[in-house]
Design a protein around this ligand. Structure first.
Ligand SMILES: *[C@@H]1O[C@H](CO)[C@@H](O)[C@H](O)[C@H]1NC(C)=O
Ligand SMILES: *[C@@H]1O[C@H](CO)[C@@H](O)[C@H](O)[C@H]1NC(C)=O
Ligand SMILES: *[C@@H]1O[C@H](CO)[C@@H](O)[C@H](O)[C@H]1NC(C)=O
Ligand SMILES: *[C@@H]1O[C@H](CO)[C@@H](O)[C@H](O)[C@H]1NC(C)=O
Ligand SMILES: *[C@@H]1O[C@H](CO)[C@@H](O)[C@H](O)[C@H]1NC(C)=O
Length: 357
């Protein structure tokens, strides 16, 4: 094994939670079966990716909470419509990170609370803040609250946070359909605590990211900083998936138009720091949808800002097998797990292997 002791501990924890999660999932589906009304049951079966509360559970909760404020919402809101009427609260925050520095690049890395192994691998690979000599880089992992094991995971998260000081968390449920809230938390954090960041990357945890290339070739610290800039793998004229069978299902009630505005694919997009506040502000004024990358495109559209094309081949949505010289001339490659990242990293960093231009 190439994992050190500090990495082995999270794996044990992860394994425990995986088993417990599976067990609970089986329990829950069994319990749901006879109880749910036919329509809900069908929705659940055709789209296991979607997690929302049973309507009766909601009503039950509403009666014990504030009925008046919840009643109209439960009546009109589609379960996939993201609730962003107010800010969520930070449970874990790093408010002072930018007090004494103006980072050239902030890495906002999207993780789930239980992704201990992923975070550790990223810290030791592309998330290393001292990777590019002379350039200030700041790494932050974004997370919400686990829908089942929120309180059990909280102590572990807080411990990890006090060791590494690189986690922020808000009090929304960390589910696939709440991913937009995670991105918006990042935008809020930049707006409030780090408006002096020159550039930001929103990255998923399952990518290989070449920070050195992104900084030195794409962003170029010696040029005057770009404003109102966002780039990545750009989708144009994409249509919403209207079938519940898809992970990317977006119902009419949540987004009525036939096409999305141009947007940068979720695994990794780069933008200028000034956009964070603009997006954060406009997000409060429009309907928030469950696809975080599309939603960024909608915000830019509302702001009258266009995405910027980058040379072809820098942002790779499909997996490419590792080759040092190929990987040294791109921004990201999708579908890299923590083990694989740790495996390729020594070779990728090997200064003795020179790549020709
Ligand atoms: C960066 O911005 C924050 C928040 O506005 C401010 O408190 C901090 O002093 C700034 N940092 C520097 C180094 O200017
Ligand atoms: C980060 O990179 C620096 C410089 O290459 C290296 O000295 C350090 O050990 C790395 N840190 C981690 C956690 O890998
Ligand atoms: C998103 O988070 C909010 C706040 O925790 C929660 O009420 C809602 O059910 C979550 N939505 C989904 C689709 O998980
Ligand atoms: C980073 O990029 C620069 C410019 O492309 C290159 O000269 C340098 O060798 C790279 N550094 C590393 C550690 O890969
Ligand atoms: C959706 O369509 C309406 C009506 O054509 C238009 O006014 C609006 O700007 C469109 N919104 C987006 C995000 O494309």
């Amino acid at each position: 094994m190439f994992l050190s002791q500090t990495q082995a501990f999270p794996i044990v924890v992860l394994f425990f939670f995986c088993s417990a999660f599976l067990f609970l999932f089986v329990l829950r589906t069994e319990r749901w079966h006879p109880e749910t009304p036919a329509d809900l049951q069908q929705e659940f079966q055709s789209s296991p990716e979607f997690e929302w509360e049973d309507r009766r559970e909601k009503t039950k909760k509403a009666s014990s909470l504030d009925l008046q404020s919840l009643a109209p919402l439960t009546a009109t809101r589609h379960p996939l419509e993201v609730v962003y009427s107010k800010d969520y609260n930070f449970l874990i925050n790093e408010p002072d990170k930018c007090q004494k520095r103006n980072p050239f690049l902030v890495l906002l890395v999207v993780t789930k609370p239980q992704d201990f192994v992923e975070r550790q691998a990223i810290r030791h690979t592309w998330g290393n803040e001292s990777l590019v000599a002379g350039v200030s880089i700041l790494r932050l992992f974004l997370t919400g609250v686990h829908p089942v094991f929120g309180s059990q995971l909280q102590n572990l998260l807080e411990e990890e946070s006090s060791t590494h000081k690189d986690i922020i968390q808000q009090d929304f449920l960390d589910t696939y359909n709440n991913l937009t809230l995670k991105t918006l938390m990042g935008m809020e954090w930049i707006s409030k605590f780090c408006p002096n960041a020159t550039y930001v990357i929103k990255a998923d945890a399952d990518i290989f990211l070449n920070v050195n290339y992104t900084v030195s070739q794409l962003l170029q610290p010696h040029q005057s900083p770009k404003k109102a800039y966002m780039t990545g793998y750009i989708y144009r004229n994409a249509k919403p998936f209207r079938s519940k069978a898809y992970k990317w299902y977006v119902p009419w009630e949540v987004y009525p138009n036939d096409t999305y505005p141009p947007y940068c694919a979720g695994p990794g997009y780069v933008f200028s720091g000034d956009l964070a506040q603009k997006i954060y502000q406009v997000a409060h004024t429009i309907r928030v949808i469950n696809m975080e990358d599309v939603f960024m495109g909608i915000c830019l559209y509302e702001l009258g800002i266009s995405v910027t094309d980058s040379p072809w081949g820098l942002f790779n949505m499909d997996k490419i097998s590792y080759e040092k010289c190929k990987f040294s001339k791109l921004v990201f490659v999708h579908h890299f797990g923590p083990q694989e990242l740790l495996q390729i990293w020594p070779d990728f960093q090997d200064q003795k292997k020179i790549c020709k231009n």
